[in-house]
Structure formats: structure tokens, C-alpha cells
Ligand binder design. Structure first.
Ligand SMILES: [Fe+2]
Ligand SMILES: [Fe+2]
Length: 162
């Protein structure tokens, strides 16, 4: 990322990174790294994709990308794989100003695993960025890329059929 983009990216998400609740994601494990780092990876890829595609709401979309996994494991009783997007949306609304679009971005990011449909361009960008980042993170932690991709594909197919 160029320095100018790095500065803009930081300005967009700065206040979220100062939030006490959000900082706790540093201690949650996600794909072998902290959930905070995973969220930053997804926000960064989302920001760069929006810039490349000239998406006008890129600031709101980048913020929603950072918030997409804003939950703690202990907050979800069962099936965290399916239920965490709604919890993340709820936590985001409690701690930040969240628009209808941002709420959909967060709640729909696990589509098609979850039933919430991605209604906006930003929802699709974040959902795809999350999957790309997840596969890369798994690959980094010794899960080969193809197995990671195959795993995500199988999980999606499994849930689509239900
Ligand atoms: Fe997620
Ligand atoms: Fe994620």
C-alpha cells in the first residue's frame, strides 16, 4: 500500500482501533492469528478493492469490513460459524454508528452459509475479501491453499443444501 493510502486507511479506522471492546479481539484466536489482525487484513483488502473499483462509499465499507467479526467466542452459545455475523452486527451497533448498509455488510459476510443476503456492492466485496483472506491465513499456517479453498467450498455447499 502507498503511504498516502496507508494514511487514509488509518484515518478511516482509527477510532475503532481505540475502542476498548474492540481491542479485546486481540486476545481471540482466528485462523491461527488474532481476530483483530484477521479483521485488519479483511479491512485492508476491502479498502484496496474499493479503491481499485472506484466504489464511492469506500470509507463506510472499510469500517464495516473491520467490524465484520466483532464478537467474542464466549458471547455465542452454539454454532458460532453460523451465528457470529448477527452478534458482530449487534456489537457494532452498540459501540459505533452503523448504517443500514454497514449492518448488512456485517450480517451477510458469511453468505451463503448464513441466510442474510448481501444487498450492497460493499457486502459482496467484504464477503469475498473475508474468504480470500481466510484462505491465505490458513495457508500461512501450514494448511495448503487448495485444501483451504476446498474446505471453504465444501462448507458453503453443505450449508446451501440445508
Ligand atoms: Fe466471520
Ligand atoms: Fe472474517
Amino acid at each position: 500500500m502507498t503511504i498516502n493510502k496507508e494514511i487514509e486507511f488509518n484515518n478511516i479506522i482509527n477510532d475503532i482501533l481505540k475502542n476498548e471492546k474492540f481491542i479485546e479481539l486481540k486476545y481471540e484466536i482466528h485462523h491461527g492469528i488474532s481476530r483483530l489482525d484477521h479483521s485488519l487484513n479483511v479491512a485492508r483488502l476491502t479498502y484496496l478493492t474499493c479503491k481499485k473499483l472506484n466504489v464511492k462509499n469506500y470509507e463506510d465499507i472499510t469500517r464495516a469490513a473491520l467490524l465484520h467479526d466483532f464478537f467474542k467466542k464466549e458471547e455465542i452459545e452454539k454454532n458460532s460459524f453460523i451465528n457470529h455475523p448477527l452478534k458482530a452486527a449487534e456489537n457494532s451497533k452498540k459501540n459505533f454508528e452503523v448504517s443500514k448498509m454497514q449492518e448488512n455488510i456485517i450480517a451477510a459476510h458469511m453468505f451463503p452459509v448464513t441466510k442474510v443476503f448481501p444487498k450492497y456492492v460493499g457486502s459482496w466485496i467484504v464477503s469475498i475479501s473475508d474468504k480470500v483472506v481466510a484462505v491465505k491465513e490458513c495457508a500461512k499456517y501450514k494448511v495448503p491453499l487448495t485444501i483451504g479453498a476446498a474446505f471453504l467450498f465444501c462448507m458453503n455447499m453443505f450449508f446451501i443444501q440445508r
